[in-house]
Write a protein that binds this ligand. Structure first.
Ligand SMILES: NC(=O)c1ccc[n+]([C@@H]2O[C@H](COP(=O)([O-])OP(=O)(O)OC[C@H]3O[C@@H](n4cnc5c(N)ncnc54)[C@H](OP(=O)(O)O)[C@@H]3O)[C@@H](O)[C@H]2O)c1
Length: 293
C-alpha cells in the first residue's frame, strides 16, 4: 500500500507468492481486459497458473488465458469458482445480476467476493447472492493496471477478516497501488479521481499535442514531447520530497514563459473546470449505484 502520510507510491510489483500473503486460489468471473491485467500481475509476482481459474463465455478471452498456462477455464464461471478463496467479479455491471445467480451454489462458504464493477454496491451484491453476511470487497481500479501502474481504491464489508483484507490488498498491489477506504461512498470519489482519471489526462495530452502542432511542431514530435513531459512530471512529483505546488513554483520564474501560460490557465478557470468535471463524474457514479440497486 502507499504511504498514507506522503501519498507517494511504494514499490509496486513484489514477489508475494513466497510470503503467503495472497489467497491460495483466485477465481475470475469474466476474463476480459481488467481481469487479464490482474491475472498477468499475479503471474509476474510468482503466483502459479494452477492457483487461478476463470469463467467467461468468450472463446477468445479464454484462449488468451490458456496461452498463459491457466487450465481451469470454463464458459460458465460457476464451474470454476468452487476452490476460490477470492472470487473477482470482472464483468460489466449490466450482467452482474445474471452472473451472480449462477455462482450462488458453488461459492465457497468463507470466500471473499470482490467486484470491480462501477455502481454495484455491497448491499446489491449481498442481495444478488441472497446472503447478507457475504464477504464483499468493492474495488475501483483504473486502466494503467494493464501495465502494472494502476491505482485502486478498496472498500470491504464488515464480514471480511483483517487477514482477508491484507490478501485482497496484496492482489491489487500486483497491478499498481491500492488504498483501503473507510466508507463505501468514497468509492464514488475514487471513481472521480483515479477510475476515470486516465481519460482526463488523455484529454489534456490531446489538447497539448494539438496546440503544439498549431505552434509549428510536427505531430509526431509534439506527441513524443508531450508524452515524455507528462511521464517526467508525474515521476518527478512522485519521487520528489517537495509537494506538487512547490514543484510548480520552482519551474515558474516571475515574468517568465511558464508564468504567462499558468496565468492564462487561471483566467480560463482551470481549477473550477477540473472540479466541475470531477463532481459530474461523482454524481454519475452515485446515479449508477441507484440504477443497479
Ligand atoms: N476498464 C476500466 O478502465 C475499468 C476501470 C474500473 C472498473 N472497470 C470495470 O471492470 C469490469 C470489467 O471491465 P473490462 O474492461 O475488463 O471489460 P471486458 O474487457 O469487456 O471484460 C468483461 C468480460 O466478461 C465477459 N462476460 C460477459 N458475460 C459473462 C458471464 N456471464 N460470465 C463470465 N464472463 C462474462 C465478457 O465476455 P463478452 O465479451 O463475450 O461479453 C468479457 O470477456 C466492468 O464492470 C468495468 O466497469 C473497468
Amino acid at each position: 500500500m502507499n504511504n498514507p502520510e506522503t501519498g507517494k507510491l511504494n514499490d509496486t510489483v513484489t514477489h508475494l507468492a513466497t510470503s503467503g500473503s495472497l489467497p491460495a486460489h483466485i477465481g475470475f468471473v469474466g476474463t476480459g481486459n481488467m481481469a487479464t491485467a490482474i491475472m498477468g500481475g499475479l503471474l509476474a509476482a510468482g503466483y502459479e497458473p494452477d492457483q487461478i481459474s476463470g469463467g467467461d463465455p468468450s472463446d477468445s478471452a479464454r484462449e488468451q488465458w490458456a496461452a498463459r498456462g491457466i487450465t481451469a477455464l470454463s464458459v460458465d464461471a460457476a464451474d470454476v469458482i468452487a476452490e476460490a478463496d477470492l472470487v473477482i467479479l470482472a464483468v460489466k455491471p449490466q450482467v452482474m445480476q445474471a452472473v451472480t445467480h449462477s455462482l450462488r451454489e458453488t461459492l465457497k462458504k468463507d470466500a471473499v467476493v470482490m467486484s470491480i464493477a462501477a455502481g454495484v454496491t455491497v448491499k446489491a451484491l449481498q442481495e444478488m447472492f441472497q446472503n447478507s453476511e457475504l464477504r464483499v470487497v468493492r474495488c475501483m481500479p483504473n486502466t494503467p493496471a494493464l501495465i502494472g501502474l494502476g491505482a485502486s481504491g478498496l472498500f470491504a464489508s464488515a464480514a471480511v477478516s483483517p487477514e482477508q483484507k491484507q490478501q485482497v490488498g496484496s492482489v491489487m498491489q500486483v497491478v499498481g497501488t491500492a488504498f483501503w477506504l473507510e466508507h463505501e461512498s468514497q468509492i464514488d470519489a475514487v471513481t472521480a479521481v483515479s477510475g476515470s482519471g486516465p481519460a482526463y489526462f488523455f484529454a489534456f495530452i490531446e489538447a497539448m499535442i494539438k496546440a503544439g502542432e498549431k505552434l509549428g511542431l510536427e505531430h509526431g514530435i509534439a506527441t513524443q514531447l508531450t508524452l515524455q513531459t507528462a511521464l517526467g512530471a508525474a515521476s518527478l512529483a512522485n519521487n520528489s520530497n517537495e509537494p506538487v505546488d512547490i514543484l510548480r513554483k520552482n519551474v515558474t520564474s516571475p515574468g517568465g514563459t511558464t508564468a504567462r501560460a499558468l496565468d492564462s490557465f487561471d483566467r480560463a478557470g482551470l481549477s473550477k473546470v477540473v472540479s466541475q468535471a470531477m463532481e459530474a463524474c461523482f454524481d454519475r457514479a452515485v446515479e449508477m449505484s441507484e440504477e443497479y440497486k
